[in-house]
Design a protein around this ligand. Structure first.
Ligand code: 5AD
Ligand code: SF4
Length: 507
């Protein structure tokens, strides 16, 4: 386990081991020496900045990058003019790529002022050959490029970057390897994401993820449970199990464990208070999972169930493998079994061939399912996916459909969120809110001297702001939901001084 690794005890005279993660510990020890030398040479600390684009998976992977950087002697910073800057990229939609290109230009400016600066890129975007070609051609100042399959070798790659003077590109097409026990620096002390699987086998026709993340690979349950136990010992009360399609967890494992069974095991971990997970593909959400969610005291009352489209014709072209009616039936079954559950979704507007009538089908599903929240995306053409070769929808038509869907989603979500008015629910306090409106909210809520505005998350994922003490961050407290403000609440703590980490049962 990485906590026990003593980098000073590693014999650097021996050459690198071939076994992982031992090889990486070896390179962490080497890199730390390099960082020390650099610090001496410059007469100051060496700073590093990790910037994350995209999803929760990337956020979790960035915590691994940060862990390795910190362990090897870098001082972590939020400033993008640091000595080492890494962008962990996303390529699910083209605007994510454009953002990275734009910001690379800014980094180049910083590098001209600080020639010691190193710039690195990793994540989904770098798995694309066209991106690599463009980087080589137009962004020669980037020092290190690696992909999603060899993130575990970060220490080795950074070490090489400091010792090889050319642009280092190490992108692998595939890997079935999962390396455990690398250092992690968590963003929040009290909650954490946990990868339970990597990759995706679904090949939805619009989606680039299977190409850049590779085939589905599940982690061994004992490794997952061990990681969660360690996190709980370290003060984590809420975890989020992460995978592109958690419902197919375990399919490549020998003992044939299902996601529902994994959840039952996670539930048993003492001290853990909340369990979330993301994302569930509707085509293989099992009755067993619904049952486990229903019986659980720890699984949050929230399910993210991407719809993508409500039109059977489009769903077929998307290769989603469910129909409008089977999706609605599933949502109804879930609501019947777990009435207080919040269901959220993802919707794409403008998929090739989509007509105004198809958009009406999507709106019909939104009205019938009544989502608590929905992320609506304009379809983005991704090179290499089957949908990229299909006939694209004119921009103006997409915009019209998008606006209609968004309006419907906002109306229904507002109504759903309103129904908690006056209830008392448990919230995990996530942070102190010192935004521009916090003073006004505190006045409105008659906050007392010394109180700050806290932001908490309910089991159903709704946000509530309420007065409290900074020391209550990371604890679970009971909050009365007083005033619905569209998509969030203003509230008041029921027992203001009782927010302790020991506080019990959820829901
Ligand atoms: N264009 C627009 N949205 C997309 N998504 C995935 N691929 C695309 C694309 N090419 C959306 C889906 C998915 C979410 C993570 O991103 O809705 O659920
Ligand atoms: Fe992409 Fe579909 Fe896999 Fe989700 S399930 S990552 S949308 S291919």
């Amino acid at each position: 386990m990485y906590e026990r690794v003593d980098l000073d005890a590693i014999d650097l005279g021996m050459g690198p081991p071939s076994l992982e993660p031992q090889r990486q510990y070896y390179f962490m020890a080497k890199l730390r020496k390099t960082v020390d030398q650099e610090k001496k040479r410059l007469g100051r600390p060496l700073t590093a900045c990790v910037v994350t684009f995209g999803c929760q998976m990337n956020a979790r992977e960035s915590e691994k990058l940060s862990g390795i950087l910190q362990m090897t002697g870098f001082e972590l910073s939020e400033q993008e003019n640091s000595d080492f800057v890494i962008y962990n990229t996303c390529t699910v939609r083209d605007n994510a790529n454009q953002k990275v290109y734009g910001r690379l230009g800014v980094l180049n400016g910083y590098k001209k002022k600080n020639p010691n600066m190193k710039i690195a890129l990793c994540g989904c975007m770098t798995q694309e050959e066209t991106v690599i070609a463009k980087l080589k051609e137009s962004y020669p100042f980037v020092d290190l490029i690696f992909g999603t399959h060899n993130l575990y070798a970060f220490a080795e790659l950074v070490y090489r970057t400091y010792h090889e003077k050319h642009m280092l590109i190490e992108v692998w097409k595939e890997s079935d390897r999962i390396v455990e026990d690398l250092p992690v620096l968590r963003k929040y002390p009290f909650k954490s994401g946990i990868n339970i699987m990597f990759g995706c086998n679904n090949f939805c026709s619009y989606c680039i993820v299977p190409y850049v993340r590779g085939r589905e690979r599940s982690r061994e349950p004992k490794e997952i449970l061990r990681e969660i136990e360690r996190l709980v010992q370290d003060g984590v009360v809420e975890i989020m199990l992460l995978g592109q399609n958690v419902n197919s967890y375990g399919k490549n494992l020998e003992d044939g464990i299902t996601f529902a069974q994994l959840l039952r095991e996670v539930e048993k971990i003492e001290g853990l208070q909340r369990i979330r997970f993301m994302t569930s593909h509707p085509k293989d959400l099992s009755d067993e999972l619904i049952q486990v969610m229903k019986e659980s005291k720890k699984i949050c009352k929230h399910l993210h169930l991407p719809l993508q489209s409500g039109s059977d014709r489009i769903l077929k072209a998307m290769n989603r493998r469910y129909t409008k009616e089977s999706y609605i039936a599933l949502a109804e079954k879930i609501r019947r079994e777990i009435p207080e559950i919040a269901i959220t979704t993802d919707i794409i507007v403008g998929f090739p061939g989509e007509t105004a009538e198809d958009v009406e089908d999507t709106i019909d599903v939104i009205r019938r399912v009544q989502y608590d929240n929905a992320f609506t995306f304009v379809y983005s053409k991704r090179t290499g996916t089957p949908a990229a070769a299909m006939e694209q929808v004119p921009e103006e038509q997409v915009r019209e459909g998008f606006d209609k869907v968004l309006k419907c989603v906002q109306e229904t979500a507002r109504m759903r969120v309103q129904r908690y008015q006056g209830q008392i629910q448990e919230a995990l306090v996530e942070e102190v809110n010192d935004g521009s409106n916090s003073e006004e909210a505190l006045r409105e809520l008659n906050a007392t001297e010394g109180q700050v505005l806290l932001t908490g998350r309910l089991s159903n994922n709704t946000i509530v702001h309420f007065p409290g003490l900074p020391g209550q961050v990371g604890t679970i407290v009971r909050v009365r939901l007083e005033e619905c403000r569209g998509f969030y609440y203003l509230g008041r703590m029921e027992d203001p001084l009782e927010g302790t980490k020991e506080k019990g049962v959820l829901n």
